[in-house]
Design a protein around this ligand. Structure first.
Ligand SMILES: Cc1cc2nc3c(=O)[nH]c(=O)nc-3n(C[C@H](O)[C@H](O)[C@H](O)COP(=O)(O)O)c2cc1C
Length: 153
């Protein structure tokens, strides 16, 4: 399966996590990795499964590297109805706006027609889990779900 890993980040944690996921998946899949900053919503590909990792900044806001993508999507009104994605959020539960960045990005993608595969998963920087210990099984699980969906079409 073709996988596009996309990250929205402020200080690099989401990028590092995506690099770990890329290494984990590389033997079995064709994997590409990109910063949302470098992606136009119109470039997303219907034959590719998108795994999105996004942090939260400011007051429950998208991180800086995801904001231009979100702005372009809203302005252009791109139809994403052929696009499938899963999303993993990075946040910190000491903030009242815990993990709202990934929540906002998921809602925006769905609003423009994209199909979300599985529930959003989240990591808490205040918790005891390492992000990769949650994100690698998350990626495997969502890819298995997506494989069934891609096989049906
Ligand atoms: C200034 C600042 C603001 C933050 N705001 C939030 C927030 O509103 N909600 C949240 O869940 N986490 C918040 N965080 C935590 C980050 O989302 C978390 O540290 C994440 O791992 C950062 O990932 P990144 O380096 O990919 O951006 C904030 C962190 C900082 C330093």
């Amino acid at each position: 399966m073709k996988i596009q890993l996309l990250y929205g980040t402020e200080t690099g944690n989401a990028e590092m996590l995506c690099e770990d996921i890329e290494t984990h998946l590389a033997d079995d899949h064709e994997v590409a990795l990109a910063n949302l900053n470098d992606i136009d919503p119109a470039d997303l590909d219907a034959d590719t499964f998108h795994l999105v990792v996004c942090s939260t900044y400011g007051d429950g806001d998208l991180p800086a590297s995801a904001q231009p993508f979100a702005d372009t999507l809203e302005t252009a009104g791109t139809d994403l109805s052929a696009i499938r994605f899963a999303i993993f959020g990075l946040g910190d539960s000491s903030y009242e706006t815990y993990n709202q960045g990934s929540e906002k990005l998921a809602a925006l993608l769905v609003k423009h027609g994209a199909k979300q595969v599985g529930d959003r998963a989240i990591h808490d920087a205040m918790g005891s889990d390492m992000a990769e210990d949650l994100a690698l099984p998350w990626a495997d699980d969502r890819i298995a779900q997506a494989a069934d969906l891609f096989a049906e079409t």
